[in-house]
Design a protein around this ligand. Structure first.
Ligand code: ADP
Ligand code: MG
Length: 437
């Protein structure tokens, strides 16, 4: 369809859709889009096309896509002012951190700031700390990119490096998120940017979230904080950040709130982006290092004498034995059954809780793959553990030599849809989560 809009109007397009600006002068988050490029709008995203001079659009809408015309620009004046204030900061490089609740416009504000900096020929980097809605790296990672040209969506960027946290919500991985962001911030600064924009997650409610945000800000120590606010969502956080330069910016009036389902489908686009052209690689376990995980795939069978005794009690040799401080996981075939009596004997003998793991329960887990210098190479999905041949079959597009793997706490099905994220569904440990199978 074609649309023509007068100067001073904004065309709001909700994806999935694509738009070509056939004529006129139009800006998307500060990026003056030409008539050559086709702009793709992801499902779950809304893009504002602000008309600077009368413009005509060729629009193709996907399923459930929508368009709407509105008067004026949907870029709040405080965003423009915020950019001016950013430029006034003398010390270089300038690190600016963005705070806000979920769906408050954080990603869009970051996109706007980055585009304005690029327009000014500044060297800009974006560090994405939003685990649950990661725009740059794969979901469950924090990641950064050095931006060289303006863009309509941070999702179009390829991560220069990423730090795998392995979960979609920071609430159960606070230390790891902070470690990831401080580590990557150092790496970003080694690229000598003029400006670093740090995006954060939308977890702001409750004491835990407040303390986490305060700690995060103090560890990252930005020159300035941009706070997207509607009412007083972040007052408690800001009360503890009096030493920092805080600039309040408006929550866009045309923001599009997203359901949990929409957030999940946006995340799944992220898995698809980083699992495109994936192939199954069969890697011998003794060729790689497996980081500590709750399944115990990295753990050996404990001491031989004890293992033999356990096989005796079980009347069979399990596929794998993983000994932990308080439990022993016994891996058996998909349909294999172990009697309560045998389990009791093993528990009495080892004085540890026995957990029976059926082959297949480990399948589908998101994995991070690293080289021998622990550089993040990409993500993969654990397809199968072949206990007999002692190999891991991993579905991944990574072609470089993999020397180390880490298991996440997210499972993906064959269509890269999240089949379970136990942090988001319920914060319980692996045993109660396993009982769901
Ligand atoms: N200034 C704006 N004008 C129009 N739509 C906007 C604006 N800012 C954000 N949006 C839309 O609102 C939704 C939520 O914004 P987003 O930046 O993704 O928020 P967050 O990163 O805080 O979750 C997105 O679809 C986005 O495109
Ligand atoms: Mg976001």
């Amino acid at each position: 369809m074609n649309r023509t809009l007068e100067k001073g109007k904004t065309l709001l397009v909700d994806g999935p859709a694509s738009v070509i600006v056939a004529s006129g002068k139009v800006e998307v988050f500060g990026y003056s889009v030409g008539s050559t490029n086709k702009i793709v709008i992801r499902e779950g995203k809304r893009l504002p096309f602000v008309v600077e001079e009368k413009a005509s659009f060729n629009i193709s809408l996907g399923e459930n896509a929508e368009i709407e015309e509105t008067d004026g620009s949907t870029i709040p004046p405080s965003w423009t002012k915020a950019f001016e204030e950013l430029q006034e900061i003398q010390s270089k490089p300038v690190v600016a951190l963005v705070l806000g609740t979920a769906d408050s416009g954080k990603t869009s504000f970051c996109t706007y700031m980055i585009n304005k900096l690029i327009n000014k020929k500044k060297k800009a980097a974006i560090l994405d700390g939003d685990l649950g809605q990661s725009d740059i790296g794969p979901p469950c990672t924090v990641a950064y990119a050095l931006v060289t040209k303006p863009l309509t969506d941070l999702f179009n960027l390829e991560a220069k490096n990423a730090f795998f946290v392995g979960i979609t919500s920071p609430s159960t991985a606070i230390d790891k998120v902070i470690e990831g962001l401080t580590t990557l911030k150092k790496e970003v600064l080694n690229n000598n940017p003029d400006y670093v924009i740090i995006n954060t997650d939308g977890w702001t409610e409750g004491e835990e979230a407040t303390n986490y945000k305060i700690r995060l800000v103090k560890e990252l120590n930005p020159e300035t904080i941009f706070c997207l606010h509607q009412k007083d969502e972040l007052t408690t956080v800001l009360d503890s950040l009096k030493d920092f330069k805080v600039i309040m910016v408006e929550f866009p009036s045309t923001i599009k709130q997203r359901s949990r389902e929409k957030r999940r489908s946006l995340r799944e686009l992220g898995y698809i982006k980083y699992l495109r052209n994936a192939k199954v690689q069969s890697i011998p376990k003794n060729w790689i290092e497996i980081e500590e995980n709750e399944f115990g795939l990295n753990r050996a069978n404990g001491n031989i004498r004890q293992a033999r005794k356990i096989y005796e009690f079980l009347g069979m040799k399990p596929l794998h034995l993983a000994e932990f401080k308080h439990k022993i996981s016994i891996f058996v075939g998909k349909t294999r059954w172990i009697s309560e009596d045998a389990i009791k004997k093993v528990e009495d003998f080892t004085r540890k809780k026995v957990e029976v793991v059926h082959k297949g329960e480990e399948e589908g887990f998101l994995m991070a793959l690293y080289d021998d210098e622990r550089k993040f190479l990409g993500i993969g999905i654990l397809q199968e553990v072949d206990y007999r041949r002692q190999t891991l079959n991993i579905l991944t597009p990574v072609s470089k030599k993999i020397s180390r793997v880490a298991l996440g706490k997210v499972k993906l099905d064959k269509n890269f849809r999240e089949s379970l994220v136990f942090a988001e569904e319920n914060s319980t440990d692996i045993s109660s989560f396993r009982r769901l199978f």
